[in-house]
Write a protein that binds this ligand. Structure first.
Ligand SMILES: [Fe+2]
Ligand SMILES: [Fe+2]
Length: 237
C-alpha cells in the first residue's frame, strides 16, 4: 500500500496548514493500514513552520514511515523543510526532477535524491507516479509535476493557486477554483513565458480527474479542460 499526502496552505493563523490525503478516494484503496512504507509527501512546507506540518502529517500517519519526499521545484514552500523531513523519516529520500537533483537538491539535501526524467514513472507499490517536466511553469527551470496514474491525480503545485483562509479541501466546482486563482494571478502573475500553452497541453494530455492544488482547494472533474483554459489565459500575455 502507499499513501500520497499533500498540503494546502492558507493565509491566516491559527490553522494555516492542513494535511490532506489526496484524493479522498485514496482512502477507498485501503490506505491507512500497517504497510505505508511507500508513502510519498508532495511539498515539505517552509522550514520555519515544520513543527506545524509535522503535526499535520502525524494526524494521518507516523511521519517516520514516509519513504519519498517530492516537490515541484526548488523554493522554500515547496522544499524548505526537506532536511527536517529527512531527519524525521530515516528511510525517506528526495524525489524530484533530474535537473533539480543536479543543480540544487544533491547539494542542499542531507541524502541523495532519486532523479526522475521527463515521462519517467516510479512505483509506490499499489500506485504509480509519473514525472512531467514543465520548465519555468510557473517558475524555476527545474519545475515539473507528478501525476498518479491509478487515481488520475495531477499534483499540480502552484497552478491554480487561490488566496484565502479556509477553502474546501476539494471541490467539484471549476468556478470555485478558476475564479479566485485567476483573480490572484492578476495581482501576482505567473511568469509570462513562451510556450506555457504547450506545457499546459502536455499536462492536460494526462486527462487528470483530480487537480491537487498546493494553495487552495483541489478540483475533482475535467482537469484537462481547466488546464487548457489556463493555457489560453496565459497565451493572452
Ligand atoms: Fe513556487
Ligand atoms: Fe507553492
Amino acid at each position: 500500500m502507499c499513501k500520497i499526502l499533500g498540503f494546502r496552505y492558507t493565509a491566516k493563523m491559527p490553522k494555516p496548514i492542513q494535511a490532506c490525503p489526496l484524493p479522498e478516494s485514496l482512502a477507498k484503496l485501503g490506505l491507512g493500514g500497517p504497510c505505508v512504507r511507500f508513502a510519498l509527501l508532495f511539498h515539505t512546507g517552509p522550514r520555519k513552520v515544520f513543527p506545524l506540518t509535522l503535526e499535520a502529517v502525524a494526524s494521518l500517519m507516523d511521519p517516520a514511515r514516509l519513504r519519498w519526499i517530492s516537490f515541484s521545484h526548488f523554493e522554500a514552500d515547496e522544499c524548505g523543510a526537506l532536511n527536517e523531513w529527512l531527519a524525521a523519516a530515516p528511510d525517506a529520500q528526495p524525489l524530484c526532477s533530474a535537473l533539480a537533483a543536479m543543480v540544487s537538491v544533491d547539494d542542499f539535501a542531507d541524502r541523495p535524491a532519486k532523479p526522475l526524467a521527463d515521462g519517467e514513472t516510479h512505483s509506490l507499490g499499489t500506485l504509480r507516479v509519473q514525472w512531467i517536466d514543465t520548465p519555468h511553469l510557473p517558475h524555476g527551470m527545474e519545475t515539473g509535476y507528478l501525476f498518479e496514474t491509478t487515481t488520475r491525480t495531477l499534483l499540480c503545485g502552484d497552478l491554480f493557486a487561490q488566496p484565502g483562509n479556509q477553502p474546501p479541501a476539494i471541490t467539484e466546482s471549476d468556478a470555485l477554483v478558476w475564479e479566485p486563482s485567476e483573480a490572484m494571478r492578476q495581482e501576482f502573475p505567473y511568469a509570462p513565458i513562451h510556450g506555457a500553452g504547450a506545457l499546459l497541453d502536455k499536462l492536460a494530455a494526462t486527462e487528470p480527474q483530480v487537480l491537487a492544488c498546493m494553495h487552495g482547494a483541489s478540483y475533482r472533474g475535467d482537469g484537462a479542460a481547466l488546464l487548457h483554459r489556463l493555457g489560453a489565459a496565459l497565451g493572452k500575455h
